[in-house]
Write a new protein. Structure first.
Length: 311
C-alpha cells in the first residue's frame, strides 16, 4: 500500500474554507493510503511562544481532524516532538544543504516580510519538514499550493543524501489539494482568518447565524450571489433551484435556509468534537507517536550506519 504523510501546524481555529479547501480533501485521500498525520508542534515553535497556547492548539487541531472524519484506528496521528528522530535527521540534512539554497525559500521570505522573527529555526524549517516526510518512505504529501516548494526541498534533501551515501530515501511527491475552488467569505472575497470574513467550522448555530447574516448582499440581482455561492458547498444546484425561485429577492429567508443547511452539515461534526475529551486526544497521540517512533527508529538505524555515527 502506498504511503501518505502530511503535517499540520497547531495554530488557530478552523473555518469552513479550511474544511472544504484542505481538511476534507486530505481526510478523503488518507482513507486510500497507509497514512500518517503529524501535528508539527516543533514547526509551530517558530511562531507560538507560549507553552499553554501550544498545548491547547495541539489538542485542538487533533480534535478538529478526528471530528471532521479522520479515523485514528486507520491513520497514525502523532505529535512531531515525541519522535526525536525528526530533529536528528533535520540536523543531518542541514549539514548537506547550503545557506544560499535555503535562502530561496518563498515561505521564509513571505513570513519575514509579514513580520515573523527571522529565527534560525524559521530559516531551517524546510529541512525539518524534509525529515518529517523522508523518515517514513512517503509516496505522497497532500498540501496546499503554498507548500509545493517545501516538498521540492524534501526531494532535494533526499537526492543530496542519496548522492553522498547511497540510495536511502524515496523522493516523495506533493499532491496539491484541489480545493472546491476558493471558498468565499462573508464579503465575497476568499474566506481567510486574516480578512475576518469567516464562518467558523465548529461554531454554534448562533455563531453560524451571526456570520451568515453578515454576508454582504448585492442589491442588483434577485439572487444574492455570495449567499448562493456559499450555499452551493452544502447543496446541489438542482436542490437549490426551487428554493431560490420561491424566495426571489427575499434575502433574509434565503439566509435563514443557508443557516439551517450549514448547521445540518456541521452539527454532527460539532457533536463528535464535543464527545472527544482532552484525555482521548492525549491517548491517541501517544499511541500514534509510539507507532511513528518504531518506523522512524528503523530508518535512522540505517542512516546512522551509513553516515558513520554508529560504530
Ligand atoms: P487562512 O487563509 O484562513 O489563514 P490557511 O492559510 O491557514 O488559512 O489555510 C490552511 C489551508 O486551508 C490551506 O491548504 C488553504 O489552501 C486552505 N484554505 C484556506 N482558506 C480557503 C478558502 N477560502 N477556500 C479554499 N481553501 C482554503
Ligand atoms: N509546512 C507545512 C505548513 O505550514 C506543515 C508541515 C510540516 C508539513 N511538516 C510537514 C506538511 C510535512 C506536509 C508534510 O502547512
Amino acid at each position: 500500500m502506498k504511503k501518505l504523510f502530511t503535517g499540520l501546524q497547531p495554530s488557530g481555529d478552523l473555518h469552513i474554507g479550511n474544511y472544504f479547501g484542505a481538511l476534507k480533501p486530505a481526510i478523503d485521500l488518507a482513507k486510500q493510503y497507509d497514512s500518517m498525520i503529524c501535528v508539527v508542534d516543533l514547526h509551530a515553535l517558530t511562531t507560538v511562544k507560549n507553552g499553554d497556547d501550544l498545548r491547547k492548539n495541539t489538542i485542538s487541531v487533533t480534535k478538529d481532524f478526528i471530528a471532521a472524519g479522520l479515523d485514528p484506528e486507520k491513520t497514525i496521528i502523532f505529535q512531531q516532538s515525541q519522535v526525536q528522530e525528526h530533529t536528528e535527521l533535520a540536523w543531518i540534512f542541514e549539514c548537506l544543504v547550503s545557506v544560499p539554497f535555503l535562502m530561496q525559500a518563498h515561505a521564509y521570505k513571505d513570513k519575514v516580510a509579514k513580520g515573523i522573527e527571522a529565527s534560525a529555526g524559521l530559516f531551517n524549517y524546510p529541512m525539518l519538514m524534509a525529515a518529517d516526510i523522508l523518515l517514513y518512505e512517503t509516496d505522497i504529501v497532500p498540501v496546499g499550493a503554498d507548500q509545493r516548494q517545501h516538498v521540492e526541498y524534501a526531494r532535494e534533501a533526499a537526492a543530496k543524501f542519496n548522492n553522498a551515501y547511497g540510495q536511502t530515501f524515496k523522493e516523495a511527491e506533493e499532491r496539491i489539494l484541489e480545493s472546491v475552488a476558493v471558498v468565499p467569505g462573508t464579503d465575497g472575497k476568499k474566506m481567510s482568518k486574516s480578512y475576518g470574513n469567516t464562518i467558523p467550522l465548529f461554531g454554534t448555530k448562533d455563531e453560524i447565524a451571526k456570520s451568515v447574516m453578515s454576508i454582504m448582499t448585492d442589491s442588483a440581482g434577485e439572487r444574492p450571489a455570495f449567499v448562493y455561492a456559499m450555499h452551493l458547498l452544502f447543496k446541489t444546484k438542482e436542490e437549490l433551484e426551487p428554493l431560490y425561485e420561491a424566495y426571489r429577492g427575499k434575502y433574509k429567508a434565503l439566509k435563514d435556509a443557508l443557516v439551517e443547511d450549514i448547521d445540518a452539515a456541521i452539527s454532527p461534526m460539532r457533536e463528535k468534537r464535543d464527545s472527544i475529551s482532552d484525555a482521548d486526544v492525549i491517548r491517541i497521540l501517544k499511541v500514534g507517536s509510539e507507532q511513528a517512533r518504531e518506523r522512524a527508529q528503523a530508518k535512522m538505524k540505517e542512516v546512522r550506519q551509513k553516515i558513520g555515527l554508529s560504530l
